[in-house]
Design a protein around this ligand. Structure first.
Ligand SMILES: [Zn+2]
Length: 172
């Protein structure tokens, strides 16, 4: 029998923080449209606060995140919706320095998990790379050339430096 009760032990700190957050909540007037017309595709890395990095706040931009900031089918699906329905007219693909997904090839990560946890993950494609710039170039190109994206959307890349907070424009 499955137990669907809320696991308070693991999440009560979140509920407590939210009780404080909602007291001064100031975004009730926002819509789901991206006020600054921006979407950022970035990594799940917990050192990145994508809105702060580019001087934005709630309501301004769509944030898409995954391991390695890679342009996957699901990223493309989301960008199509964002460009037609949610005011997105510019897309920044933003991987970062010191990314675990750029430090080893696919087989090395599968082996590491198998060695440490005994689980064979080879049915998953992690999309790791040892050529981060090459991967970024091809990801930018993949978005730019995607035929279903709204006409006129501008696509760029930049690398976020987790040690300095700087973003460096990618010149492909
Ligand atoms: Zn990363």
């Amino acid at each position: 029998m499955s137990d669907n009760s809320f696991p308070h032990d693991s999440f009560d700190d979140l509920l407590a923080a939210n009780a404080e957050y909602q007291k001064t909540f100031k975004y009730s007037e926002l819509t789901g449209s991206a006020a600054k017309g921006l979407a950022i595709v970035t990594c799940m890395d917990s050192r990145i606060n994508p809105l702060s990095v580019v001087g934005m706040r709630s309501g301004d931009a769509k944030i898409l995140r995954n391991a390695g900031a890679r342009v996957t089918e699901d990223v493309l699906r989301t960008l199509v919706l964002a460009t037609y329905l949610l005011n997105v007219s510019r897309i920044l693909v933003m991987p970062h320095t010191d990314c675990r997904m750029a430090q080893g090839d696919e087989s090395a990560i599968h082996k590491l998990i198998e060695d440490q946890y005994g689980v064979n993950t080879s049915s998953l494609e992690f999309k790791t790379t040892t050529d981060q710039m090459g991967a970024l170039a091809s990801d930018i190109n993949r978005v730019r050339s995607y035929p279903l994206l709204r006409e006129g959307v501008v696509v760029a890349g930049a690398i976020y430096d987790v040690k300095t907070g700087t973003i460096s424009p990618f010149e492909g």
